[in-house]
Design a protein. Structure first.
Length: 422
């Protein structure tokens, strides 16, 4: 018996020594260090800004690193200041906002963050966090500008590129002036239409988003008959511009939270995300795809990941499990959303059998609008369908501007879509 006790004690001492040696050998990585398939297993016990690498990288991102050529250069984290206008609006209006525990519908919202204090024990915490994002995901009263869409095959490379132009106007949640435009029934109006190449030029959609459970109204311009046609209410689940990204996935999540049956707040953690992407994303004069799209991997197979010059930093996020309605192509999503301001960085998509099928990243940077107020807009988005081995990337161009001076409600109408198409 004594011998057995001694052996067990010796084993415990040996294990403790191994753990102590591992801790002693762990290093603190520094900005500029790159995590990739060649070194992940060696650095996963190391730390960055005090967090273990294996804790900053989700298991699904680890799959991308090891199997799909994702490289993660590190940068020091940097706080993003919330505009004073949003802080004041939150103090002024948040107390008027309510959420129905049965329908998950929000009422009383005008401006600012609707639910500034999230309690992890609140059964409605997931819906509250997503409504913070839904109402305030892009700072500013308006946003317009061009985007380049890239359609990528992981094995063949870039299939095609398109240019689209968008114009969105917030009807609620406005930073300056009256917080609500109109009668209070609308959240946002948006135009999106194709600019290049010639064979798709003029295609476009006009969207009206209601502040209720009512589905969005969407009108598409049909070139063949030179008329607009209203789309079915289920178009929010359709593929966007023929890509692997769905309409309700743009900018992380564009569907109204109450359209989804469940939203469970899993908890709080830190992940590596792209929250400062100040690089030039589109260079029209570039001679090669690598020069034209410097933040997209167009040179190394597989091709669907960001380029190695895109830097990642630790961000504190809410992890939220979102259940899909029965008719949706997916069964659930896991979203990672910043706890400090409403910005979704990473989304995992699971098919009807519950298998991991697709991943999305939204990459952003703080920019000042035309009026000098800080704005957060999606500079680069990436959606990679693992099963289809196809990717979709959207890149913000240099003409993009938030809070452009002189914008009025008349600038975002069905008539404007028809005029642009013609």
């Amino acid at each position: 018996m004594k011998k057995s006790v001694i052996l067990r004690s010796s084993t415990l001492v040996a294990l403790a020594s191994v753990f102590a040696m591992s801790a002693a050998n762990a290093a603190e990585l520094k900005p500029g260090d790159v995590i990739d398939a060649s070194n992940f297993d060696q650095v996963k016990e190391d730390t960055f800004e005090g967090h273990k690498i294996k804790d900053l990288i989700t298991d699904k991102v680890e799959v991308l690193i090891k199997n799909y050529n994702l490289k993660i250069p590190l940068r020091a984290s940097e706080e993003i200041p919330v505009p004073q206008e949003d802080i004041e609006n939150t103090k002024k209006y948040a107390g008027e906002v309510k959420i129905d525990p049965e329908t998950k519908e929000v009422t009383g919202y005008k401006a600012g963050t609707p639910f500034p204090d999230i309690d992890v024990n609140d059964p409605l915490a997931g819906f509250k966090a997503l409504n913070n994002y839904y109402y305030q995901n892009t700072y500013g009263n308006s946003f317009d500008g061009s985007y380049t869409f890239l359609f990528v095959d992981s094995n063949r490379g870039l299939d095609r590129a398109q240019r689209w132009w968008t114009f969105s106007l917030k009807m609620k949640g406005r930073q300056t002036g009256e917080p609500v435009l109109g009668d209070g029934t609308l959240v946002k109006k948006q135009l999106l239409f194709a600019v290049e190449p010639f064979d798709i030029k003029g295609l476009g959609i006009f969207t009206v988003r209601y502040d209720s459970k009512r589905l969005e109204d969407n009108w598409a311009y049909v070139k063949s008959v030179r008329r607009t046609r209203q789309l079915s209410g289920s178009s929010w689940m359709d593929n966007m511009a023929g890509s692997v990204q769905l309409n309700d996935e743009y900018d992380g999540l564009s569907g109204r939270p109450s359209w989804y049956p469940t939203a469970k707040l899993i908890g709080k953690r830190h992940v590596l995300a792209v929250a400062h992407l100040p690089l030039t994303l589109v260079n029209p004069s570039g001679a090669t795809n690598a020069e034209k799209y410097p933040t997209v991997n167009t040179q190394e197979k597989p091709f669907s990941m960001p380029a190695k010059n895109v830097e990642w930093e630790p961000r504190e996020v809410w992890a939220i499990e979102l259940g899909m309605p029965g008719e949706h192509p997916y069964s659930k999503r896991i979203l990672y959303m910043d706890t400090k301001f409403p910005r979704i960085y990473n989304v995992e998509h699971y098919d009807k059998s519950g298998e991991f099928a697709k991943i999305s990243f939204v990459m952003t940077t703080p920019i000042k609008g035309d009026d000098g107020i800080l704005s957060m807009t999606p500079r680069q988005g990436l959606c990679f369908d693992i099963k289809r081995q196809e990717g979709f990337v959207y890149l913000q161009e240099a003409d993009a501007m938030a809070n452009r001076r002189g914008v009025t409600e008349n600038d975002v109408t069905l008539g404007k879509l028809e005029a642009a198409a013609k």
